[in-house]
Write a protein of this length. Sequence first.
Length: 242
Amino acid sequence: MPHTSFQLNLMPKSYQHLFFDLDHTLWDFDKNSEVSLRKLYDEYDLKGRGILDFEALHRAYVVHNDKLWERYRNGYIKRDELRWKRMWLMLLDFKVADTALAHELSTAYLEILPVQTSLVPHAREVLEHCKGRYQMHLITNGFETTQRMKLQYSGIARYFTHLITSEKSNSMKPHRDIFEFALNLAKADVEQSIMIGDAIDIDILGAINAGMDTVYYNPHKLPHKRKPTYEINHLEELLKIF
């Protein structure tokens, strides 16, 4: 059975440092990405190129983006290859074999995406509640410039002391090195730190391997065999933990 904050009946711990994932946990990547792709669809007249169904295009992008991110995390491809190939493979699904267009879409997408502002429901409420009570930081596999822009445009940069990216730490979740780098940078004791994230085998497993307590944000109630310290389905449940 999955663990929840209500099932575990743990004695409250005195946390001092909260480490959050960004995409899908606080910043609504799915909504912001869809808005960005819709802008590309219209601006580059992809319908005129024979791609008649935007929803099908969006689904194709999600599939290829997820697969390429996994390859990137495992060290099989480089950052630039991830960025343009997700567009190229998406277009190929619709018989549009245009490498130049894929590169154009990649560049435009990375300009549009990070200025989108949608947050996961109750994200701002949770951050406001925790402000002043804890030091808050971010651990993300996203790219440094892009993630900083997301924080700036969504208005939540002010809540965080440190942003730890894979570029800065030279490591990626779920490898424990990025968590140890984050703890050292924040001068945080592992026993007084907790990781909050939505990816069970990336955020949660990595933090567990680094000795940290964890909150698994599982809005889709996905089955799993991990044992996070807490499991929540709605972000506002963090208010009962912190």
